[in-house]
Design a protein around this ligand. Structure first.
Ligand SMILES: NC(=O)c1ccc[n+]([C@@H]2O[C@H](COP(=O)([O-])OP(=O)(O)OC[C@H]3O[C@@H](n4cnc5c(N)ncnc54)[C@H](OP(=O)(O)O)[C@@H]3O)[C@@H](O)[C@H]2O)c1
Length: 517
């Protein structure tokens, strides 16, 4: 019986397993070096998740983790620091006995990333504590939990010390952002590829590890009823909404430089577009799926100035209120310039120039401090060819398939039925499937899934260099145009609303409206 089956109300003989080779399920003993091992990401997400995997029995018996950072501290102090993080962010499952076992696997090395000599020390430490696997090599995972500018510095030094391909079996996990634009992303890729092979590089997009995001492919390609209508003949438009009610919080410094396009569109939103739009892959192997996604990125029409002016909307939140609580404006946030022109909202219309999607608009909108947190993909179908039920009536409510990713993980189909006792009144209803209600268990949180996959060496949920480049080519014209033409009306939406008025107008002028469930 596999893990999780005992709590599963669905009998195991109903579970259809794909023929994924067994070795994909095995994690070899490993040593993980976390550069920035005492930073915010490490303390809040990474180390608490590794602790959780340990408690759940997902990790091999032999593993070690070396935190590498600037602050001087002993192994013991590092263990105490991480203990605090685990207690704070995984408090419900903190267990003193388990912690005592877990902490024995943690080590720390303090050094500036720039200091070449200390990579020798790191190499010695790895060799001393590293666990040989069957092939005689030491399995190493480098995790870059560091400011983006540090990655090239570290990679160059690892390369100079022969620590990339030569003496260890290595993988490198790189956090977003991957560059700042196409040029810097290409430079970063060149540095990574100068030291590692492409299949050693795991570029993280945590959105892809959400169960409902992965389900888009399973839903599309394991059911025969949707695929025949998944095209421009039947679909009027696709809408992707990924909005949140929180502001920039403690990440003002990062956000000031990034803005909404680099933070959300270049990566998460475009990945969602690709999953909805891609063709059937040859197989489930990582590169087959990544090949099809890359084709979508290459097919998305590059925007010229006219298109950007007419079919993109930018916004920045001012003060307002959300759920009855006051919310400050973006310009009042910590580490944000009081005259900042950084956009916190975008709505835009994209086109995919291929046979399947010719002339079908893909509307996207994403932003901060909106009325609620919601991530949804809405596929709106075309109207019937003839309005049989009252030709003078309003247009029918369209059929919509809604794939909800957050906060509810759900699939809904909206269709019309006859309203009881009325002669020709059509009433829209929903047919719903909810993950939570059906399976009664929580999916792996994204970081958990990504860590497991990277330990196993499964690249499916990680982004390949050609896609990174192509995604930047799509967004660079927007950031370029916006940055060279500063907005005159920021802040232009109140916290707790659905964004600037122009976002609704973008749809209205085309006879459409934003859909949410
Ligand atoms: N935090 C998040 O929620 C989050 C979410 C998504 C992606 N990310 C990405 O994850 C990465 C790390 O973010 P973070 O928020 O964890 O950053 P952070 O809190 O600033 O941590 C950076 C770490 O790097 C170390 N460091 C910085 N400069 C160094 C140097 N010259 N030599 C040695 N060590 C140095 C720091 O060491 P000391 O602690 O010793 O100073 C610190 O541990 C970034 O790329 C970020 O974009 C973060």
């Amino acid at each position: 019986m596999r893990r999780g089956e005992k709590d599963n109300p669905i009998k195991s003989n109903y579970l259809e397993e794909c023929d994924i080779p067994l070795e994909k399920f095995r994690i070899e003993p490993f040593t993980m070096v976390v550069f920035g091992g005492a930073g915010d990401l490490s303390q809040r997400k990474l180390l608490p998740t590794i602790y959780h995997l340990f408690v759940e029995g997902e990790l091999p018996k032999d593993f070690s983790l070396i935190g590498f950072g600037l602050t001087e501290m002993s192994d013991r102090k590092y263990r105490d620091l991480i203990k605090e993080g685990v207690k704070k962010y995984r408090g419900e499952e903190f267990n003193d006995k388990k912690w005592k076992e877990f902490q024995k696997h943690l080590y720390y090395l303090s050094s500036p990333f720039e200091k070449d000599n200390n990579y020798k020390k790191l190499r010695e430490k790895i060799k001393k504590i590293g666990i040989p696997v069957s092939k005689g090599n030491i399995e190493i995972i480098y995790y870059m939990a560091v400011p983006p500018k540090a990655t090239p510095i570290i990679v160059e030094r690892l390369k100079n010390h022969g620590m990339c391909k030569e003496i260890f079996n290595t993988k490198i996990i790189v956090e977003k952002p991957f560059g700042w634009d196409r040029k810097s992303a290409v430079e970063l890729n060149n540095i990574l590829l100068g030291a590692f092979e492409e299949n050693q590089i795991f570029r993280i997009d945590h959105y892809l590890a959400k169960e409902t995001v992965q389900n888009i492919l399973f839903f599309r390609f394991s059911n025969s009823i949707f695929e025949p209508i998944w095209n421009s003949r039947n679909i009027d438009n696709v809408q992707i909404t990924a909005v949140e009610s929180i502001g920039v919080g403690h990440r003002g410094k990062y956000y000031e430089q990034a803005g909404v396009v680099r933070d959300m569109v270049q990566n998460h939103i475009l990945q969602l577009v690709a999953l909805v739009a891609m063709e059937v892959p040859v197989g489930l192997e990582a590169d087959y799926i990544r090949d099809e996604k890359a084709k979508i990125f290459h097919s998305i029409r590059k925007m010229n100035e006219g298109h950007i002016n007419n079919f993109t909307v930018r916004g920045q939140y001012g003060s307002g209120s959300i759920d009855g609580k006051k919310a400050i404006g973006y310009r009042e946030e910590k580490d944000v310039d009081e005259n900042s022109n950084t956009p916190t909202f975008i709505a835009a219309k994209l086109f995919i120039d291929n046979w399947r999607w010719a002339n079908v608009p893909f509307y996207i909108r994403t932003g901060k401090r909106l009325s609620k947190k919601i991530t949804e993909i809405c596929i709106q179908f075309k109207q019937p060819p003839l309005r049989l039920f009252g030709r003078t009536c309003e247009p029918l409510e369209p059929n919509v398939l809604i794939l909800s990713i957050q906060p509810k993980e759900r699939i809904s189909l909206k269709f019309g039925v006859k309203y009881p006792k009325e002669y020709n009144k059509i009433y829209p209803v929903y047919m719903d499937f909810s993950y939570q209600d059906e399976f009664k268990m929580k999916p792996h949180p994204p970081y958990e899934r990504l860590l497991i996959d990277s330990m196993k060496g499964d690249l499916t949920l990680f982004i390949r260099q050609d896609s990174i480049k192509a995604m930047w080519e799509i967004v660079d014209p927007i950031t370029g145009r916006w940055e060279s033409n500063p907005p005159k009306d920021f802040p232009n939406y109140r916290a707790g609303t659905w964004g600037p008025e122009e976002s609704s107008l973008l749809m209205q002028k085309e006879g459409r409206k934003w859909i949410t469930r």
